[in-house]
Design a protein around this ligand. Structure first.
Ligand code: ADP
Ligand code: MG
Length: 378
């Protein structure tokens, strides 16, 4: 695959020179004439590498580095700063803001091309190692809305990192028609549903997908944001989703997916691929009945129950059914029970943080830990 490079430079002769040089070296080159245009280009096209000039009016190269790193193109793009200034302060600042390399102009064309090739080769090697990674996939689903499905998925993922780097855990929001995890985690995402387009391109590679992962620095995980209002998730083809389910595993050691409570093109490919399926159920008769019907459908489609567990979640404080009654009625093991804790959940949700992060000492956190332990052995 031809590597793609974006050139951001306000001076036309520089753009023309780099366009020709890199084009001749076999790269696909796109150009932007300033910082704002450059950041927009990078977010839209997700190039493999960005070459950016430092001295530009309005949005300069430093701001471009910072905005790319903080934006949805995130960590996946490599950034090379080209500058006539050789001062140490500027170099340090550019690197601290997210540049991977700082090159001082004038630079020999042969050196520039070679450096770019070396950087891209190295990234490709790391990517291939990454795509061999087969993380453990836990899928969380409910038979009804408003019962805490997303809360379970989010807290499970937040606990999974367990002191390790945030890169080890990915949380995928696959709930339709609208995903709520980005707002529950206070992660601003663009209006359109970016990565959904990858599915229909048939190119949901680990690398492309990981460029859509986003973070709230207070939470040790990366989020694949959910469907936005008005996005055409219904057009997603089931065969494209099968490949996607496999790619998801490349995103970390632990992947937790929120499937929500509505039928969707994601449901069966993901349930088939999952190592662990958690069915969230509220301890009251209607929800238990709907859950029973959902479990029947799973059985009919050959999805094996030995990977499936119930999680009792009680966001409305229902006192109708006990843990044993739920397990007996549904003929399935209960991995954990998250009790009704109105004020604690309300405080966590107001702060837009998982309760296990916001209030790690309270019973709810212990109940989520019980869940992690119960599914570790599956
Ligand atoms: N055990 C609980 N006790 C009290 N409130 C809870 C509990 N679990 C979840 N909630 C709250 O219930 C609401 C719905 O949860 P959510 O996870 O969005 O449900 P779903 O994904 O099933 O629609 C949220 O405001 C959440 O904070
Ligand atoms: Mg939800």
């Amino acid at each position: 695959m031809t590597a793609r490079i974006a050139v951001i430079d306000d001076e036309a002769p520089n753009r023309a020179y780099l366009h020709t040089l890199l084009g001749l070296a076999g790269f696909e080159v796109q150009v932007a004439t300033g910082g704002n245009e450059g950041v927009a280009l990078v977010e839209k096209e997700r190039p493999d590498l960005v070459l950016v000039d430092i001295m530009m009016p309005e949005v300069d190269g430093f701001m471009v580095c910072e905005r790319i790193r903080k934006g949805p193109a995130g960590a996946a793009t490599q950034i090379v700063v080209l500058s006539a200034a050789d001062g140490i302060d500027g170099k340090v600042r550019a690197l601290e803001l997210g540049a991977d390399e700082y090159l001082v102009k004038p630079i020999e064309s042969r050196e520039l091309v070679t450096r770019i090739k070396v950087m891209l080769d190295r990234a490709e090697r790391l990517r291939q190692q990454g795509s061999q990674l087969r993380g453990r996939l836990t899928v969380v689903a409910g038979a009804k809305g408003g019962i805490g499905t997303s809360t379970v998925a989010m807290n499970l993922a937040a606990l999974a990192a367990g002191g390790k780097a945030p890169e080890t855990v990915a949380l995928a929001d696959l709930a339709v028609p609208v995903g709520t995890l980005a707002s529950m985690l206070n992660i601003p995402v663009p209006d359109h549903w970016g990565w959904g387009e990858l599915l229909n391109d048939g190119a949901a590679s680990v690398h492309r997908l990981s460029s859509y992962l986003m973070r709230n620095p207070q939470v040790p995980l990366r989020l694949l944001p959910g469907v936005r209002r008005g996005s055409a998730y219904r057009d997603v083809r089931p065969d494209a989703v099968s490949g996607f389910a496999t790619s998801l595993r490349g995103l970390g050691e632990t992947i937790v997916a929120d499937l929500g409570n509505q039928p969707s093109p994601f449901a069966f490919p993901l349930l088939r691929e999952a190592d662990v399926i958690l069915i969230v159920v509220e301890p009251e008769v209607i929800c238990v009945e709907l859950t029973g019907q959902f479990l029947e459908r799973l059985k009919e489609t050959g999805i094996l129950s030995h990977r499936t567990r119930l999680v009792i979640s009680n966001p409305h404080g229902s006192l109708q059914l006990s843990r044993t009654e739920v397990a007996t009625t549904l003929k399935m093991e209960v991995a954990a029970m998250i009790l009704y804790q109105r004020d604690e959940f309300s405080a966590a949700s107001k702060r837009r943080l998982p309760i296990v992060i916001q209030q790690p000492q309270i019973p709810a956190a212990a109940q989520f830990k019980e869940l992690v332990q119960a599914i570790a052995a599956i």
